[in-house]
Design a protein around this ligand. Sequence first.
Ligand SMILES: *[C@@H]1O[C@H](CO)[C@@H](O)[C@H](O)[C@H]1NC(C)=O
Ligand SMILES: *[C@@H]1O[C@H](CO)[C@@H](O)[C@H](O)[C@H]1NC(C)=O
Ligand SMILES: *[C@@H]1O[C@H](CO)[C@@H](O)[C@H](O)[C@H]1NC(C)=O
Ligand SMILES: *[C@@H]1O[C@H](CO)[C@@H](O)[C@H](O)[C@H]1NC(C)=O
Length: 683
Amino acid sequence: MLSCLTKTSAMKLLCLLSLSFLLYLKPVSAGGIANRYYLEKQRFLLEILHHVHEPLLNDQWRSLGEHLVSDKSQYVVYNEQMTDFFETFAHGRLVPREVYYNPQYPEHYQQSLGLYYFFYHTRDWITLWQNICWARVHVNPGMFLQALSQVLLKREDYQALVMPKIYELWPEAFHNEVTVRSARNFNFANWIRQQDTFTSQPLEVQLILPQELQPIRLEGDLRSSPKWFEAMADVHILRLKEHQRGLHRLQHLIEDIGWQSYWYYINMGIAQTENSSQELQEWWYNQLGQLLARYKLERYGQQLSYKRLTLQALTPHLLTWLNQRFQLVTPSTTKKVTQALQNLETNVADAISTRRFMLSNGSNIDLAAADNWLLGLRELFPFDLTQLQLESANEPQLLLDLRTSLRSPEFYYYAERLLRSYRRYRQVLQPTPKTSFRPTELRIDSMDITPLITYDEPVDVDLSNLLHARHFHFDGHFMWPFTLQQRQFRLQHEPFSFSLQITSNKTQSIVLRSFLTTAESGSGAVNREPFYQLDSFLTVLYEGVNRITRDSRQISGLIGDHISLTELHQYVRLAEQEEFDFPLNISTPNCGFPRRLILPRGGQGQALRLRLLIVATVYDFKARQANELNCDFSKGVSRWDELPLGYPFERYLEAEDEALHLWGDHTFWQPVEINHVDRFRHE
Ligand SMILES: *[C@@H]1O[C@H](CO)[C@@H](O)[C@H](O)[C@H]1NC(C)=O
Ligand SMILES: *[C@@H]1O[C@H](CO)[C@@H](O)[C@H](O)[C@H]1NC(C)=O
Ligand SMILES: *[C@@H]1O[C@H](CO)[C@@H](O)[C@H](O)[C@H]1NC(C)=O
Ligand SMILES: *[C@@H]1O[C@H](CO)[C@@H](O)[C@H](O)[C@H]1NC(C)=O
């Protein structure tokens, strides 16, 4: 049995190498033992997570999970949180299974931390296995999922396992309650009977033959391979009709499952990161700024007000897994959040006017001296949401649940206020960058761009976890006889590319950043307009005229589509039966942003007019590659240079900053148009 949790990094590396070596062995050449070993874990993971909100039906895992491993020698570290957790359990005070769980609620957070360490610190797989089974049976499902997801994100030796996506494990938080109810009430046996009685009414649920799921192109290409039909041979694919969405004009963005889950994953990744750094804070604020800018561009495209957001509420039509309804934010939450923001704004205003700040350890520092402004920044601006504890978080509210926050219009209002303070602080206290970032002897002459086209793309969304668990167990065996997929339409765009003509009088390396913004120009407009960073990349210029071409498919940090829960299960089964070589690279990184959402929905009839801004900066040879795309922040975050992430919009820009950073030969403004076409939406 491999046990890869060793503390020295050299050992870890060796262990990883041996693990990946075994996993990549061809079954023929080595009897497939290692492959089976991986598949066994992968199948276990899928079975234990299947219908995680319902009692576990699998006898084998149930009996394995009778006891939590309490022998301290089985853990690398046995810390205080574990002791507390064990005591809470022994006194019967764990959060009950049938309670809405939210890590923003102090009691829930404390317990999930204890459980997390009971997973994270295990010495070997056997212990972890037993603890996972135990927790699946005895612990609140929300807490169980939180702790398990964290462990799979944080423990390098298990990162190869494919964790189903949160919107499939917990579909309730991502789909309208009408959809959820239809899926929950779906009765397979009745449906088959109805099929036989030649009913003339079109059924809400239809069998898809020949089998297909949209989109065909997944990362890893497992849907377009002939193996797919083999894997799916025993599965009936049922399609639930899409229910009419509401008339809210932003739904296609804020209710998109990729948009929603992005926020969940980046915050899960940041939570419980050991030595969370200054850089992580900068990264988090940059992502928040990106989400806000992207949201505002969508509002702009839909002709809604966007310059200054107001506090709006939107009635949520969402259920929790307990059938409770998500509510509007409670007055006590609004009060708490508003209070916290007001305090922050006051503290920032004081720091700016006095140039002094009192650190939490009592030192009063001069923010203008050395790098002290960073200490102030660090303490003033919160970012790890598990540190944000609210007593009212034990009720389901869109704003306070990481899976649903981005559905809540209040979120963007608060984000705007928070970012305003953040950028003000940086503008005043961050030292002015040396002018050397501005490249010399270079001029961006012109730009060509291919048409920008958006459309609504049909897609099937796996709702199988909403079906009743009894559909999946026969004579004590776990089976997957059918899958329920909802046909939805989502925002998509055609790939596009642009090319720049740049004249340079010398050979030099530069970093190019491109931003999408509104068509509103005019002096002083910059700070009121959203700037969404599309791309940044490094390139070399030679003396003379250079043509630089960039394709939207080259943009980093973006992800395509992930294999669905049902297909994942079927592929694992196929691999187990046939020793089919299960590819390990089929998972899309959890902390990637959905590639299809980078452009706002175009105009129909009349094009949506926007502008692109290109900014060139000197390359300082400080590029770094980290693994934040996989929510792994242990090596920091990727960056091209030492300029702040989001540069030049990481701060509020005064008139003179504008002239320096946004105008001149190293920048280029290009008007663009986005058109939305009807491609698939004919009934
Ligand atoms: C996965 O790995 C296989 C074999 O190495 C390769 O052919 C395929 O292109 C890879 N797929 C992705 C999405 O990286
Ligand atoms: C408080 O923290 C700062 C920054 O970490 C440190 O420089 C300072 O010495 C500390 N002051 C006290 C009183 O511990
Ligand atoms: C390159 O050098 C020539 C001659 O000195 C000058 O006229 C031109 O403006 C320079 N071009 C750039 C892009 O700096
Ligand atoms: C995290 O902390 C450890 C120990 O203090 C240190 O060796 C490591 O370099 C740190 N990692 C980062 C990314 O700062």
